[in-house]
Design a protein around this ligand. Structure first.
Ligand SMILES: [Zn+2]
Length: 53
């Protein structure tokens, strides 16, 4: 995995906590679950078995 760099302060001291990438230097949340996950659950749910309207 390539080293992440904080967009705000330029630090590479970034930690992943509960699927969020947080800069340990300035506390900025760089990415959240939606950005990290390749899966798009909402679409899959709609395809596989959501109620029809
Ligand atoms: Zn930062």
């Amino acid at each position: 995995m390539p080293e992440e760099v904080c967009d705000v302060c330029g630090s590479t001291n970034i930690k992943e906590i509960k699927c969020k990438l947080i800069c340990q230097n300035c506390g900025t949340i760089l990415r959240s679950c939606a950005d990290l996950g390749a899966i798009t659950p909402s679409i899959e749910v709609n395809r596989n078995g959501s109620p029809r309207y």
